[in-house]
Design a protein around this ligand. Structure first.
Ligand code: HEM
Length: 554
């Protein structure tokens, strides 16, 4: 009976509404539905934990204007005021993109370790898709099966400690070339642009690992350097789609503005990489034919190792890992993009800080000179193991000047609760490693260049950058942690040791250490605005007795 009465009401309602115009009829049905959805979403929001704290933002652009030209600095300052009692989590809206800023070791641990599986993806980018073969490299790839395979290939075959160590002779040879150029400059009494010298060195080291001994042929190393620079400018520049992805694709702004440059740069990379990969394939065929005819097949082990550059290795495991030729090219682009500026910036900042602290430079030089056999022309890698102060200096540079101060953005793949806050799925995550590694709560005299903190008995002697200490993550931590740290450190240590061993350093005439400009410019990495010009003076290891370790009181 009751059901019949209800149906009656429904029929009467339908009958009455049929007399209304169509638009009003639709409204009558749609409005209650919208109301229901609104009530349901409010009760869901009531149940969910709150979002992390946010500073007040503007309509449409959100907090975009509060992020200035040096985002690592402005984000630190904003977080100090708005990250809710020092918890280290702050939610910004950069354009339409929700962005979580992480600014404490505790919050970094939550994102990079406890919930690593949720935050291990990268924000999508059409620009990177078009530039880097559908983002199919390691660094740009979204979390998933392709990334897992590419990452495994890179860590097991290209950047494993044994492989990195197999390039020791190549590194020595490249350092020798730099030292020779510096000696020429010293003989002429001219200044050297240190940043340019170490950048060319880091680029050549990567070139040699990627494509073997003949990377200078036809100026290929210079071409790689140029393309690498163009790529960084494109990826690090202001891209509307990074902040208003919907709007950018709707207006087609990306297509008309940047697209030409992106596609030209991509084509230039593709031509160069294709040429070099084809060269390698031809050489492999010739070598296999040669081996077939020879009795024992193969030269000595060192030669074999040196011949097996990244391209050879990837061609040989291509089937096993199920990767295409485009994937190989994307991974090679990654090696240049991730491996060049990072190492060279550490070297440049090391020279800057040491010039500003002559007593510490003298201490480092004394250690390097004492631990290199007398009269040896250059420091060799086997001499480095006893240079503990050198390691402390490199660590201190990575603490004060992490080349990627905001790491590389991550993206959450599901809703996640941290410290009583909800982080919605699809949130971009910015980890301010720079702010964390200068936080006085974690570091004694945090703003001072003080390598002694990392020495035995120092206040941070137990802290390392291997991804377990969340107050110090210049290489990141967790699934996305840098797989190239061994490679980078090997490049940095041998070059810095030789800069200290072979030369004394002076500022150009009339310049004092206080005049060294420390202004930074932010891109994918942070570099210095002004060039560091230094005048080298060769140090004669035969003529000089080993100096006592200056400043060893610290
Ligand atoms: C001092 C030198 C270096 C520093 C400070 C450094 C730092 C970093 C950082 C901060 C990340 C991002 C971590 C994250 O997303 O949480 C990264 C990723 C990466 N780095 Fe390095 N890096 C260095 C050298 C190198 C070198 C020499 C190579 C290769 C030859 C390399 C290859 C990579 C790759 C492939 C990734 C992407 C990893 C992924 O997304 O799974 N890096 N690096």
């Amino acid at each position: 009976m009751a059901a019949a009465a209800h149906m009656d009401v429904v029929y009467q309602f339908m009958d009455a509404t049929t007399k209304l115009p169509l638009a009003q009829r639709l409204l009558l049905f749609v409005l209650p539905l919208l109301l229901l959805l609104h009530v349901a979403s409010r009760s869901r929001r009531k149940q969910a934990k709150p979002l992390p704290p946010s500073p007040p933002g503007l309509p449409v652009i959100g907090h975009l204007l509060q992020v200035g030209a040096r985002p690592h600095v402005s984000l630190r300052d904003l977080a100090a005021r708005h990250s809710g009692g020092g918890g280290g989590l702050m939610l910004l809206r950069l354009g339409t993109v929700p962005s979580l800023v992480v600014s404490s070791p505790r919050a970094a641990r939550a994102v990079l370790r406890t919930h690593d599986h949720v935050f291990a993806s990268r924000p999508p980018s059409r620009l990177v898709d078009d530039l880097v073969y559908g983002s199919s490299s390691v660094g740009f790839a979204p979390y998933g099966e392709h990334w897992r395979r590419a990452r495994m290939l890179v860590t097991a075959h290209l950047l494993a400690a044994k492989k990195v160590s197999s390039y020791h002779a190549a590194r020595q040879e490249e350092v020798r070339l730099v030292v020779a150029k510096l000696r020429e400059a010293a003989a002429a009494g001219s200044g050297v642009d240190i940043g340019a010298a170490v950048n060319a060195f880091a680029n050549d080291i990567i070139c040699r690992a990627v494509c073997g001994k003949f990377f200078r042929e036809e100026g290929r190393n210079r071409l790689f350097r140029e393309l690498n620079h163009m790529t960084t400018v494109l990826v690090a520049g202001f891209n509307l789609e990074d902040y208003f992805p919907g709007l950018a694709s709707l207006l087609g702004i990306f297509t008309t503005f940047t697209s030409n440059k992106v596609s030209q740069t991509h084509q230039r990379w593709d031509r160069l990489l294709e040429e070099i990969i084809s060269d390698h394939e031809r050489r492999r065929i010739i070598t296999e034919h040669g081996r077939g005819g020879a009795s024992g097949g193969g030269g000595d082990d060192d030669d074999e190792q040196e011949e097996s550059d990244f391209i050879d290795v990837m061609l040989s495991v291509q089937q096993e890992y199920g990767i295409t030729r485009d994937h190989i090219k994307a991974i090679l682009m990654d090696m240049f993009e991730a491996g060049t500026a990072t190492s060279s910036l550490v070297l440049e900042f090391a020279m800057v800080e040491l010039m500003r602290n002559p007593r510490l430079m003298a201490k480092l030089q004394a250690e390097v000179r004492k631990n290199t056999p007398k009269g040896q022309e250059m420091v060799k890698e086997e001499n480095l193991s006893s240079m503990v102060y050198l390691s402390a200096v490199v660590k201190e540079i990575l603490r004060l000047h992490p080349p990627a101060p905001l790491l590389v953005p991550h993206q959450s793949m599901a809703d996640c609760d941290i410290d009583g806050y909800t982080i919605p799925s699809g949130t971009k995550v910015i980890i301010n490693a720079w702010a964390i590694s200068r936080d006085p709560k974690s570091w004694e005299k945090a703003e001072e260049f003080m390598p002694e903190r990392f020495m035995d008995g120092g206040s941070s002697a137990d802290i390392d950058f291997k991804g377990k200490d969340f107050q110090f993550t210049p290489f990141g931590s967790g699934r996305r942690m840098c797989p190239g740290s061994n490679f980078g450190l090997a490049t940095i240590n041998i070059m810095l040791a030789n800069l200290m061993y072979c030369f004394d350093w002076m500022l150009p005439e009339g310049m004092e250490k206080e005049d060294i400009d420390m202004t930074e410019v932010f891109g994918l990495t942070v570099h210095r605005k002004e060039k560091l010009i230094l005048v080298p003076k060769p140090y004669d290891t035969f003529a000089h007795p080993v100096q006592p370790e200056a400043g060893s009181d610290q």
